[in-house]
Write a protein that binds this ligand. Structure first.
Ligand SMILES: NC(=O)c1ccc[n+]([C@@H]2O[C@H](COP(=O)([O-])OP(=O)(O)OC[C@H]3O[C@@H](n4cnc5c(N)ncnc54)[C@H](O)[C@@H]3O)[C@@H](O)[C@H]2O)c1
Length: 322
């Protein structure tokens, strides 16, 4: 089956492209290069530099390549920016996704695997978080992802556009064989920032809040290896192809790691000291965000295989020091 990957030049999308090629699929990437990197796209993968809002171009791509399903990663991803400049998020995440779905309907594509996020839940009222947990996003980034999920649910009912919305917790790690890795600018994710502090590329890592009600006082998150994420997307496509009902699935491990544990793991893996500065809590940081991975296990048959914290950090370190 021929597949479209939007945002395939980005961090997670580029790992998805590798996974699909490994599985023998024909892939076409549509990416505006807003934040992506063209050099991550393998030479034998078709690349169209376009915005997903460009309906005539995207519909043409879907028809020309006889695309059967879309993996939709293209998005803005910075929570803080979504608070200070929400128009970018409603326009580029919500409105742009609706344009993409117009193209999908025009070209008669009936399956979408959508990159959603744990941010749709907001502050957890229970842990681990299952998919039925109340959805109360606390920032426009999460609002736009939840809105896209709701658009998809309505389009499924009305037009038969079937979907899997995959709510990632914290994507991390890298494809060790290919040396791909995280190249966000600005980088806001913890593991690359801690690695950069260990390498002396930044003076220190700031730990925001040390007095949370967690075992060591620092925030706890659920990290999943980016290659596991890519495998879960393939599993979701298989599920939709087999007639599985549309729905949302958490992608996490069910196990949390504190900021302190991540710093310790980077020191253990690298053999270097990480300079740490302690700062105040940040607004809107829940103490613990951990997924219940049950539904993805039961319905997609997905289990994370590479997501021990040492494996994630070993691969992230290898990619960042290449
Ligand atoms: N990184 C994480 O931990 C995480 C967690 C939860 C959800 N997600 C979601 O996963 C997806 C990928 O995240 P990432 O970390 O790889 O981000 P990224 O910024 O590395 O990749 C996004 C890609 O989309 C492209 N893009 C953005 N807007 C576009 C548009 N309008 N048209 C065409 N291309 C466009 C960018 O150029 C980039 O290549 C996003 O949807 C994000 O919300 C990521």
């Amino acid at each position: 089956m021929n597949l479209l990957v939007t945002g395939g030049a980005g961090y997670i999308g580029s790992h998805m492209v590798r996974e699909l090629v490994r599985a023998g699929h024909k892939v076409v990437v549509v990416d505006s290069l807003l934040t992506g990197h063209e050099d991550t796209i393998p030479k034998d993968v078709m690349f169209v530099q376009a915005d997903i809002r460009d309906r005539s171009e995207v519909t043409e791509v879907l028809r020309a390549y006889d695309v059967g399903a879309i993996f939709h990663f293209a998005s803005r991803i910075q929570v803080g920016e979504s608070v200070s400049n929400p128009r970018l998020y409603f326009r580029d995440n919500l409105a742009a996704s609706i344009e993409l779905f117009e193209s999908a309907l025009d070209a008669k594509v009936t399956r979408i695997v959508f990159s959603s996020t744990a941010a749709v839940y907001g502050d957890p009222i229970r842990s681990p978080i299952d998919e039925d947990h109340p959805k109360n996003p606390v920032n426009p980034y999460g609002e736009t992802k939840l809105a896209v999920e709701r658009v998809l649910a309505a389009y499924d009912r009305a037009y038969g556009l079937r979907f899997a919305a995959l709510r990632y917790f914290n994507a991390a790690g890298a494809d060790a064989a290919d040396g791909l890795g995280e190249r966000h600018d600005p980088e806001t994710h913890l593991i690359p920032l801690v690695i950069d502090a260990a390498l002396g590329r930044r003076p220190h890592i700031t730990v925001f809040g040390g007095d949370y009600a967690t075992p060591d006082g620092t925030c706890v998150r659920d990290y999943i290896h980016v290659r596991d994420l890519a495998e879960a997307h393939l599993a979701a496509l298989g599920y939709l192809n087999a007639g599985g009902a549309s729905g949302a699935f958490n992608l996490g491990t069910g196990r949390g790691h504190s900021v302190r544990e991540i710093i310790d793991a980077v020191e253990r893996v690298s053999g270097r000291k990480v300079p740490v500065v302690h700062g105040a809590r940040r607004d809107g940081d829940p103490p613990v965000l951990v997924a219940s991975p049950r539904r993805a296990q039961d319905l997609l048959g997905f289990r994370a295989k590479r997501s021990s914290i040492d494996e994630i950090i070993r691969d992230a370190w290898a990619a960042r020091t290449r």
